[in-house]
Unconditional design. Structure first.
Length: 97
């Protein structure tokens, strides 16, 4: 079964304290579903239509596990804490192997 990758890209951050509150709750919710953070931070190089803002890359054992993490009660609490503190998008994709 291929792994899945969860890519979060921030378009803008308006309240860093809300992002920090979100991060404290999101980490345990992601890890509870087998997720691991592979990279997070501000892009070191940006090309084409990219935005030099925070990006987070996580890996999960499967697509189902990644979706389960996103839809979990724990992650829902993290999203509630984030509120309007950032504009971002999440993409979950299945790995090739």
């Amino acid at each position: 079964m291929p792994k899945a990758y969860w890519i979060t890209t921030y378009h803008s951050i308006s309240d860093i304290s809300k992002v920090e509150a979100y991060a404290k709750l999101a980490g345990p919710a992601v890890e509870a579903c087998g997720g691991q953070y592979l990279a997070r931070g501000v892009a070191q190089a940006v090309y084409e239509a990219g935005i030099a803002e925070r990006t987070v890359l996580s890996v999960f054992p499967s697509l189902d596990a990644a979706i389960k993490a996103h839809d979990s009660q724990g992650y829902g609490a993290a999203l509630e804490a984030l509120g309007d503190g950032a504009v971002r998008e999440i993409r979950i994709i299945e790995g090739l192997e």
